[in-house]
Design a binder for this molecule. Structure first.
Ligand code: BGC
Length: 731
């Protein structure tokens, strides 16, 4: 069926979309092999040339037939609008059904313009900002031919050894869910055919952040109760916001790899949650079922994935190779294949691809740079966290500033998952100069060098520090290499590299106040830095506007408003570290230290900095906490006072603790937050409503329950401080 001609005719008659009936007709007209190709996603490299003749190279090694490539359903890894147009044109010429290709890509924190990494964005505690940044990224992405992004990553992240924490919304279920939803909304929600929106694929379903020992791709062992209670809200929020696709994770859930997990994908996701969008594997994950030891060979792997309900196989070809035999032998039903193809075609239809296969490319229009850079700047300003300030900040513009460290003048400030051109990224030095700091001396600014299998290191530059001896204040821009974050970037040490710690010691020995600015994709172990520096700023990987945002914050032109989305450790031995740990029978009480309680001999239980922590140039005090039943939930009212002589923004956080429940509950759970801007001396009463659902949890029967009884309510600046009140809630 020449689908395109028919669609064009219909389009001219004013019928824009394929109806369900037409999708059925299309499915009926496809051979099984064509359906399996529709269910396969490969690198666009495979399609870079025409597939009318004999195949060579990797295509041949994969044992693909030319017709498989001609009927392929979707691609990833192409570059830019021109490629996308050429690929789609050729595809529409060669595919017998003229079904447009779906172009999928990893837009994780921007496309042409790079925003702070998602973990940093979560520190803004400002989901609408995330929405704006993702909307900008969608505009750029559509112009490059992208239809769908493999984002957001809603994997709850509680172990900083795992490199992928940078892609997450952090350790807290509520904050993580808010950011996952905001990202989906920004990309376009249930993306329609508009030229500026992209569909979202939430990943990695499920529990990938629970990888044991923080080692990427490792086994996950979570009770179902914890999985459902703590880890699922992020994915669920993304789906509720309109995510069109779900990516199964590499890890096991209940010992079964997610890619083959029928309980996870069929019973929970499809049946219970009612998700009728597309399920895709992660990269090569079906083949990997063999290494997982749940399939003897690739054929069995394909069978397991098909039976679990996986619609698209990414970057392997077991469906193409074994799908026909599986259907012929009755091991997989044709109806299951048709269901998968139907979901894929519906997504293409929803995106308007049958109407306009060149969606977003049709009229290349230059996107104005200014609003995108403004959003990147605002995002960077709002995501850098001030961890310590003994008064050295804000800097004086006239001060003689020494600048050292590998991030002093580098454009490598994007972090992983950012392939954009960094030539216009603002370095720290550029930022300070543009902000008007006229006396900056740079020394000991050698780059971080990466080598396979070890942490990136700088040269020993202690001797060079003497050049900064006459400065008034010294800025040490340190951290981890941007490629030490993200996928396949697990660490067992969370310290700065030895030469960077030595550099900080040498700078501190000069006797001048040292301000450390830390660039990283994860919480690092900063005790040694903290001891030797007068101020510490956690900059994360801020993206294009790194230097400009940092300079304005350091000079006090902007306030630090960000708060930590992950706890910072004293020691890597505390991992996994998160504030919302379940209560134990032997809690540690610092005021009354006992031996046989849950504690370490050599380290406090407490984090170095708790979740929610962050300083402002202003200072805030809380009092007058009151909690009253309201509308089935609870109204929490607290008075916040700006006790400083500067205006500032406080992030008011409300936590609960269920004092006695049928299962052990977290010692604290964030339930609401609000950002409040206060003039010097201003006092404001802040009211936050906790709905009835805030007091529900996943019970022993693995469904949400509400159990009447006593609840503690905390309102304060972070997960470790705040005022406390109690309330008894009835059935
Ligand atoms: C990652 C995914 C990513 C995919 C496609 C995989 O290796 O785990 O997060 O979306 O590659 O690039």
């Amino acid at each position: 069926m020449a689908c395109n001609a028919r669609i064009r005719a219909e389009f001219e008659q004013g019928e824009i979309f394929l109806s369900n009936v037409e999708i059925e007709a299309l499915i009926q007209s496809m051979t099984l092999r064509e359906k399996l190709a529709q269910m396969t996603q490969l690198s666009a490299q495979f399609l870079m040339r025409s597939h009318t003749g004999t195949l060579t190279g990797p295509e041949r090694a994969l044992n693909l037939l030319p017709q498989d490539l001609r009927s392929l359903g979707s691609v990833l890894y192409w570059h830019g609008a021109e490629d996308a147009r050429a690929l789609q044109e050729r595809h529409l010429r060669e595919d017998p059904h003229r079904i447009p290709l779906l172009f999928a890509a990893d837009i994780i924190h921007g496309y042409d313009t790079i925003y702070p990494i998602p973990l940093a964005m979560a520190c803004s505690f400002d989901p609408p900002l995330m929405k704006d940044a993702c909307a900008m990224a969608a505009r750029e992405g559509t112009a490059a031919g992208i239809h769908l992004t493999f984002s957001p990553m809603a994997d709850l992240s509680r172990d900083a050894r795992w490199g992928r924490v940078m892609e997450s919304g952090g350790e807290d279920p509520v904050l993580n869910a808010a950011f996952a939803a905001a990202a989906v909304e920004g990309y376009g929600g249930p993306a329609g055919p508009g030229p500026h929106t992209i569909a979202a694929c939430v990943k990695h379903f499920a529990g990938y952040g629970g990888a044991q020992a923080g080692r990427d791709y490792n086994t996950v062992e979570l009770s179902r109760g914890t999985l459902l209670d703590q880890y699922m809200p992020g994915y669920r929020a993304a789906l509720d916001a309109g995510a069109a696709m779900v990516m199964a994770s590499f890890n096991t859930i209940d010992r079964v790899p997610a890619t083959a997990n029928r309980w996870l994908l069929r019973d929970l996701l499809r049946e219970q949650w009612g998700f009728d969008g597309v399920i895709i594997t992660d990269f090569n994950a079906i083949e990997e079922l063999v290494a997982h030891g749940v399939a003897e060979d690739s054929a069995q792997a394909a069978e397991l994935a098909l039976r679990a309900g996986v619609d698209i196989e990414m970057m392997s070809t077991t469906y193409l190779h074994y799908g026909e035999a599986l259907v012929a032998s009755g091991r997989v039903e044709m109806a299951a294949i048709d269901d998968a193809v139907r979901r894929i075609l519906r997504l293409k239809e929803k995106l308007g691809l049958f109407e306009d296969p060149y969606r977003g490319l049709a009229a290349p229009r230059p996107l104005p740079v200014a609003p995108r850079r403004a959003c990147a700047y605002k995002s960077a300003v709002r995501s850098m966290v001030l961890l310590k300030n003994d008064g050295v900040l804000p800097l004086r513009k006239e001060a003689a500033l020494g600048l050292a460290g590998p991030f002093a003048d580098t454009k490598q400030v994007f972090g992983e998952w950012a392939a954009a051109d960094n030539s216009t990224a603002v370095t720290v030095l550029d930022g300070l100069r543009v902000a008007g700091m006229a006396h900056v001396t740079v020394a000991a600014a050698g780059a971080l060098e990466r080598a396979e299998g070890r942490i990136a290191e700088i040269p020993d530059q202690r001797a060079e520090c003497a050049a900064l001896a006459d400065c008034d204040v010294i800025l040490a821009a340190v951290g981890e290499h941007q490629n030490e974050t993200g996928e396949a970037a697990s660490r067992t040490s969370l310290r700065l590299s030895p030469n960077q710690e030595a550099l900080i010691a040498a700078l501190s020995a000069l006797g001048k106040p040292v301000v450390a600015v830390v660039f990283s994709g994860r919480p690092l172990e900063l005790s040694p830095v903290l001891e030797q520096c007068a101020a510490v700023v956690q900059a994360w990987f801020p993206g294009h506007e790194a230097g400009s945002a940092l300079a304005d914050l350091l000079l006090g032109r902007e306030d630090f408003t960000a708060r930590l989305a992950m706890s910072f450790p004293r020691s890597v031995g505390q991992m996994p570290l998160y504030y919302g740990q379940a209560a134990t029978g032997r809690p540690f009480d610092e005021a009354d230290p006992q031996k046989y309680v849950s504690r370490y001999l050599d380290c406090s239980n407490r984090p170095l900095f708790p979740f929610g922590y962050g300083l402002s140039y202003a200072a805030f005090a809380y009092d007058g906490l009151s909690v009253t039943p309201a509308g089935g939930g609870v109204d929490v009212t607290v008075t916040v006072r700006n006790t400083s002589d500067r205006a500032g923004t406080e992030t008011v956080q409300v936590y609960i603790h269920d004092v006695a429940a049928s299962v052990a509950r977290p010692v604290r759970e964030l339930k609401a937050f609000a950002k409040v801007h206060l003039a010097p001396g201003q006092v404001q009463q802040v009211r936050l409503h906790l709905p009835h659902e805030a007091f529900c949890f996943i019970g022993q029967e693995l469904v949400p329950v509400f159990e009447p009884g006593l609840f503690e309510i905390y309102a304060g600046p972070n997960a470790a401080e705040g005022l406390r009140a109690t309330i008894r809630l009835d059935a």
